[in-house]
Ligand binder design. Sequence first.
Ligand code: RNT
Ligand code: ZN
Length: 425
Amino acid sequence: MFQYLTPEIIQKRYDCAKAFYKTIGVDTDAALTTLANTAISLHCWQGDDVKGFEVHDESVSGGGIMAIGNYPGPAFTADMLRKDAEKAFSLIPGKKRFNLHAIYAETNGKVVDRDQIGPEHFANWMKWSKDNGIPLDFNPTFFAHPLANDGYTLSHANDDIRNFWIRHDKCCRRIAEAMGKNQGCACVVNHWIPDGAKDQPVDRWAPRKRLIEAYDEIFAEKIDEKYCKDGVECKLFGLGSEDYVVGSHEFYMGYAMTHPQMLTLDMGHFHPTENIYDKISSILLYKPELLLHVSRGIRWDSDHVVILNDDLRCLFQQIVRGGALSRVNIALDFFDASINRVGAWTIGTRATQKALLSALVEPTQILLNFENDGDGAMKLALLEELKTAPVGDVWNMFCLQQGVPAGSAWIDELIDFDRRVIKTR
Ligand code: RNT
Ligand code: ZN
């Protein structure tokens, strides 16, 4: 249905677009090279609604995050998840990474608690990573566990519980180091905890003090930074932590400014009208690197599938205008269980890459000149005109170069995969 773009049409249109961009001083070939070299880390948890493959001997509850929806066919084995991810990879151009959570360990049906997991439980993932040339990233899992049921983990007042989670995080950094060695580049570890309170805790201080101490203990363990890079992720509120989140923005901003770890900014973790794009320049003036969770907040949900909206475009404009692309680690974080999950991965990743491409083909110098000369209307006019400039033709060339479907053609493949594989599970 959507196979209308032949390589000849794509080439012709690209040549026109290239000529247009040249007139405003933009080199589209160079933009495509940069785009091709920028890795996007796809989150494994979109494929199975954040369930993982952990074997439990007691029932567990969510703990701060929840995927909503009943679309058929979520992956329920690791092999299935890998196959689904490969399908998404075949529809997404450019460099990809794959982001795992600790609950995606493969333990051969055995109960292995989270303070006991090691690189051996990720052997299949590491082999797959090598075979496919897709480096891995990693996350400790501080939710969906009996010891997370109180709503506190690393900041828990109980020493035994807190120490369990400290041990868990240490295991995770060792696993990440092993992954890093396996893939020959750093594995990025994101530390997010759901800790907080539903309603008005009297003591908002002690959990934060304990959290600092817990992280200090975790990061004191020597892990080769060539193979493991850490980020700490803030949040405004979560399910069951509506009134108080221990790891707030101010908390982690303070931690990251006084420690080597990166700050992680999730696009859905701020007030509904607050954007992260204006935070980039402030943070990267102080820190060498930043970790992004590309997501889309809608009212109280922080994890809708990413689309090419202004939030996303402004984010990449800030990164590219600041010359900071190499200092930003781009990871996706959304989960929608109500639509085809391979489709969700592909939509969100392609949207992220399109936003980056739009920023890469911006005639920034001309805009800056307008700005510096006081030509505000001219600047605004050009920004508006650029929105309908032929960036889509440059994007289609990228898809052609990368051997993935251009334009809407991938939707045909999604329909086929949905009917043939997903709906027959
Ligand atoms: C939750 C955080 C966190 C998780 C993943 C699964 O609000 O955004 O990053 O989504 O770790
Ligand atoms: Zn996140």
